[in-house]
Write a protein that binds this ligand. Structure first.
Ligand code: KG4
Ligand code: ZN
Length: 342
């Protein structure tokens, strides 16, 4: 069978990225230009700055990717683009670049939901086995998704308030750690013990999560100690927060794997880089005899290889967008353009 090369473009938040993936599973080249250093001064992503940076970087990133792959646009079978969700100004930069390339080189344009991309980062590790459970944990999402086939997404549950990554970033901020705080809290927690009492989030029969109570409790604990003139042990604080947050995620994932009789557990999104979450997932999957995939660190946070992977399956199913395709800041995965179960 002829090999299929998909060029993916991702610009939904603060990473401008272009990648080429062969047959939906083999990375040929990935270029990521991150804006983290620019946004960290402001404690979070500033949308207006992000879109201007994407404009500066997009053509350079695409050219570099083709150069790294030693390939030409003519050799691509299709162009996959993140159309949403994300920051609208940022999304539009990638979308316009993708449409322009599709028009000039007369290539099919494949619309990809950002979260579908995160999920399909796992196909760079090994083929997805259905039915599976995808745990999507990022700065904007905390969701449990069941998939019975490619591009068929059924939401089992999600956060009722803050996303887990957002919660990590806010807790990091109150202890003076720069954006993005997640990796820094993770590193600190490694050196500490979970000695501080923090409440266990939502323990009910649903597959939903809630992290705002945990976030407020962590902030209040910090204030209380400050008022008493006591010094917070940052390592122990990070370890305490991390234990409660990851326990909550793993317990809901376990319930879903058991009750829905699922055989593959995949983790997606920036928080999949978390060391403790990875360890707990490994232990749980061994106990349940369920296969586990977690993308390598590089493919956990935003990147275009994951968009090219999801784009490959959409391409094979005949999903195409025309030049009217628009970016959307908010769109559930379950009603996305590529979802087979809608
Ligand atoms: O998927 P992503 O790159 O962007 C979104 O689509 O949100 O995820 C970024 C999020 C940030 O909140 C960041 O703090 C978090 O992922 N993150 C982590 C770790 N690495 C990144 N959170 C906890 N532990 C980590 N090691
Ligand atoms: Zn993301």
């Amino acid at each position: 069978m002829k090999d299929v090369y998909i060029l993916g473009i991702e610009s939904s938040c603060d990473e401008t990225s272009c990648a080429i993936v062969k047959n939906g599973c083999e990375e040929i080249a990935t270029v990521i230009s991150s804006q983290i250093d620019i946004h960290k001064t402001y404690g979070g992503v500033v949308p207006e700055i992000a879109s201007r940076e994407h404009v500066k970087n997009i053509t350079i990133v695409i050219e570099e990717c083709l150069k790294e792959a030693n390939m030409k646009m003519e050799e691509m079978d299709a162009i996959a683009i993140t159309y949403g969700p994300g920051l609208i100004g940022s999304l539009l930069v990638g979308l316009e670049a993708a449409k322009t390339l599709a028009y000039i080189y007369q290539k099919p344009l494949i619309p990809v939901h950002h979260i579908a991309g995160h999920i399909y980062a796992n196909s760079l590790v090994k083929p997805l086995e259905f039915p599976l459970l995808a745990l999507v944990v990022s700065g904007g999402h905390t969701e449990l998704i069941k998939m019975e086939d490619h591009l068929s997404f059924q939401k089992l549950g999600g956060t009722l308030d803050d996303a887990i990554g957002e919660c990590y970033d806010k807790v990091a901020r109150i202890i003076g750690l720069a954006y993005p705080g997640g990796p820094k809290v993770d590193a600190l927690a490694k050196k500490g013990n979970p000695t501080y009492p923090l409440p266990t989030p939502l323990q009910d029969d649903s597959y939903n999560f809630s992290f705002s109570g945990l976030k407020s409790a962590a902030i209040n604990l910090n204030h209380k100690l400050e008022q008493r003139g006591e010094k917070l042990n940052l390592e122990d604080f990070a370890a305490s927060f991390q234990k409660v947050a990851t326990d909550s995620i793993i317990s809901k994932a376990k319930k879903a794997l058991e009750q829905e009789h699922l055989k593959h557990f995949i983790i997606a999104g920036g928080v999949a880089a978390n060391q403790v979450l990875r360890e707990k997932a490994e232990k749980m999957c061994q106990e349940l005899k369920v296969d586990l995939s977690i993308p390598p660190m590089k493919f956990c946070t935003d990147n275009a290889a994951m968009i090219a992977c999801a784009g490959y399956y959409a391409y094979q199913k005949g999903i195409r967008a025309d030049y009217h395709l628009n970016s959307v800041s908010s769109v559930p995965l379950t009603t996305g353009k590529e979802n087979a179960s809608c």
